[in-house]
Write a protein that binds this ligand. Sequence first.
Ligand SMILES: [Zn+2]
Length: 232
Amino acid sequence: MKSILISIAAVLSTSVLIAQTVSPYGLRTTRLAAYQASVVRNPNMELLDLEKVVPGLVLDIRYATENNFMRKRMYTLAKAYARKPVAQALARVQAELKTEGLGLKIFDAYRPYSVTVAFYESYRDTTYVASPYRGSRHNRGCALDLTLIDLATGKELTMPTAFDSFEKAAWPSTPVADPVIRKNRDMLIRVMEKYGFRVNASEWWHFDFIGYRQYDVLNVSFEELENYGTDK
Ligand SMILES: [Zn+2]
């Protein structure tokens, strides 16, 4: 009897690994094995390491530090991943910016679904944190939080607010009096939108890749991607 129970448990745990799992919020999320299978079926599903695809990309992954709105380290690795077409579009943005002496700095890219749940369970305000009932576009590997840097100095260009500000000044529709700040913000939005991204209505730094709906919500950890992901 005991061995039968053990084999039933083994079958169940294997099927959980292969299939999608349903979160306590009723959302289907994809774990490592199902993610790997999806990449075999469709190479565009692959999460690419942005540092390997976008030359000269600067990372400041805030959720891998305590310098974020949670005041806690939420990621165990400071990595930026995005789906293949997203990564390729970002490489084109970086190439265009380079001709102006500018580059990109990434604050956040792919985010495991478990972290979205942790944000929500701390804040419960879906104006600024994604609903775990729907998941974030970051969970789909299709959203990027970023800003512009001057390539000569490495310094960030001045923007209307800091990253992850909950102020109305962070809304792209809010008028900016300072002409330099307005120019910086509008240049970031213009270049990103030229290559297939759309800015978020309440965050000047957040861009969604158009077509994100084709990509599933992933709950794959950074360690899993590092060790077992299909990224070359
Ligand atoms: Zn974001």
